[in-house]
Design a protein around this ligand. Structure first.
Ligand code: PEP
Ligand code: MG
Length: 539
């Protein structure tokens, strides 16, 4: 039994086998093999397994995002069957006497180069698919996990680092916990772990040799225990049981109102990153969705999601929430959320760079596509739209002009849409300081304390070295929240918090006393916060 310390980013206990997650581009060594026949056999078996994974992914994607988006997995299956590709792999194994991993890596590189040099845009784009299937094969051959295929049994994922796009593609049912070496407590991957309700540790010095071993992730003490002994297992199981009992106690609050002892109603909503999270929202009885990070829709894909694909997702979420408010944030790409097909140039300072509303106001077609999908979906439920990273009234006016055009187009096409509340995120000090002016322009504010802390304290939220001084309780941040609430109310806008600070139960009473109208938190925090709201007296 060995213990390794890290930093906990979500509490809870997970017990299970470790699956080592290999990064997109794996380092494959040129290894010689003795038995060529066996190596070819190994390749054929890996291919069969990869086809099985792709079929499963196709079925899942059809359910979740529709047939058009799922088609990519069919294309990958066809590529795995391509004679030229397979001949090349066989040939390299046979003629050079090397491992299947090496033959696949070489073939993948050769084919990807060939495709990327073609004139035709369609074939050019296939280079990425070739890399993808090759990575999949190498992962199967080396027994690790990659992308959304993490095996059949639920596992503890151990990785050097995880990007939000990688985390979001994993199948939640197959995950017990995350353990990474890099990453910060305020990154989007950490936020996703909390949304998925999974114990997670960062800053652990990981070892590949752990792959397949039994382990415990103790999110209370921030410890990873490899091959725990009987005593440790028993005490961890007891702690899991205790957690279950607490959850059961909290579940008695389902169906109860979010009202303080003196009668103030609070909007207690949940944050989501994808359609899959709606089940958690309903299970935890949130009264609405206060932040749907729509950019994850873009992160999951290999090309821009079409208007119809987006419409289907927004419509389904709105319908599932059955009349409860769903606040959808428009695309907040950039900084740590990078999408290849946006082809963004390298930036020295991406958190302060070309991101979020800045991209949308520059590449207006992308923005319009999303707005059309949102307004169309608003005919099927109670959708509100919120704009991220606002710094000026001018931006809001520009947005309004574009919204006006989109509505006029829909009117001309005879397409129905509903009443849509519009709000802005307050996540820059600039937005705080002009919140009195912004309040005149919008229906609501949602304070994004993750970025507001980053920009106010000048601390990169991605930098794990600064985790200890990234302090959302800093008086500067708390005073800003108070100011935004007051200015919002004076201008007739309701005010909420959708950053992680909204789920900090040590501050719930403070926020309520400041006059907050809404708190939007990871689904698992809804009931603990409901408990505090119901025990608070504002008089
Ligand atoms: C925030 O900045 O607080 C926020 C909710 O947005 P994100 O974490 O997605 O940047
Ligand atoms: Mg933000």
């Amino acid at each position: 039994m060995e213990r390794y310390k890290g930093k906990s980013i979500f509490k809870g206990i997970a017990i299970g086998k470790i699956k080592f997650y290999f990064k997109g581009k794996q380092q494959v060594k040129r290894e010689k093999v003795d038995n060529i026949e066996a190596e070819i056999q190994r390749y054929e078996q890996a291919k069969e397994k990869a086809v099985g994974q792709l079929n499963a992914l196709y079925e899942k994607a059809v359910q979740e995002v529709g047939e058009a988006s799922a088609a990519i997995f069919e294309v990958h299956t066809m590529m795995l069957d391509d004679d030229d590709y397979n001949d090349s792999v066989h040939n390299i194994i046979t003629s050079q006497g090397v491992s299947a991993e090496y033959a696949v890596a070489t073939t993948g590189d050769n084919f990807a180069t060939m495709f990327s040099e073609m004139e035709d845009e369609y074939f050019k784009a296939r280079a990425a698919d070739i890399k993808d299937i090759s990575e999949r094969l190498i992962t199967v051959l080396s027994g690790g996990a990659s992308g959304s295929d993490i095996g059949e049994e639920p596992v503890i994922i151990v990785a050097e680092d995880l990007a939000p796009s990688e985390t979001v593609q994993m199948d939640k049912d197959k995950l017990l916990a995350f353990v990474t070496e890099l990453g910060s407590a305020n990154s989007h991957t950490a936020i996703l772990a909390r949304t998925m309700n999974l114990p997670a540790l960062i800053g652990v010095e990981i070892q590949e040799s752990w792959n397949g071993k039994m382990a415990v992730v103790d999110g209370y003490s921030g410890t990873l225990i490899i091959e725990p002994d009987e005593d440790v297992l028993a005490s961890m199981k007891a702690r899991q049981e205790q957690d279950r009992a607490t959850r059961e106690l909290l579940s008695q609050l389902k169906g109860k109102e979010d009202v303080t002892l003196d009668g103030k109603q609070i909007k207690l909503y949940a944050n989501i990153g994808s359609i899959k999270d709606v089940a958690m929202v309903l299970e935890n009885d949130a009264r609405g969705i206060g932040l749907f990070r729509s950019e994850f829709l873009y992160l999951e894909k290999e090309d821009y999601p079409t208007e119809n694909e987006q419409f289907q997702v927004y419509k389904t979420v709105a319908e599932n929430m059955a009349g409860r408010r769903v606040v959808i944030r428009t695309l907040d790409i950039g900084a740590d959320k990078q999408v290849d097909y946006f082809k963004m140039a390298h930036e020295e300072n991406p958190a302060m760079g070309y991101r979020a509303i800045r991209i949308c106001l520059d590449r207006v077609e992308i923005f319009k596509t999303q707005l059309r999908a949102l307004f169309r979906a608003s005919a099927y439920g109670r959708i509100s739209i919120m704009y991220p990273m606002i710094i000026s009234v001018d931006e809001v006016r520009k947005i309004k002009t574009i919204v006006h055009q989109v509505k006029a187009e829909l009117d001309a096409e005879g397409i129905a849409y509903g009443e849509v509340e519009q709000g802005v995120m307050i996540e820059t000090p600039a937005a705080v300081m002009i919140s009195d002016l912004l309040a005149e322009e919008v229906d609501f504010f949602s304070i994004g304390t993750n970025d507001l802390t980053q920009y106010t304290l000048a601390i990169d939220r991605q930098n794990s070295k600064l985790d200890s001084i990234y302090d959302s309780h800093h008086p500067a941040v708390l005073r800003m929240i108070q100011m935004v609430i007051e200015n919002g109310h004076k201008g007739g806008a309701w005010v909420g918090i959708c950053g992680e600070l909204g789920a900090d139960t040590t501050l719930t009473e403070t926020f309520l006393k400041m006059g907050i109208d809404e708190l939007s938190v990871s689904p698992t925090f809804v009931l603990p916060i409901r408990k505090i709201i119901r025990e608070t007296n504002l008089n």
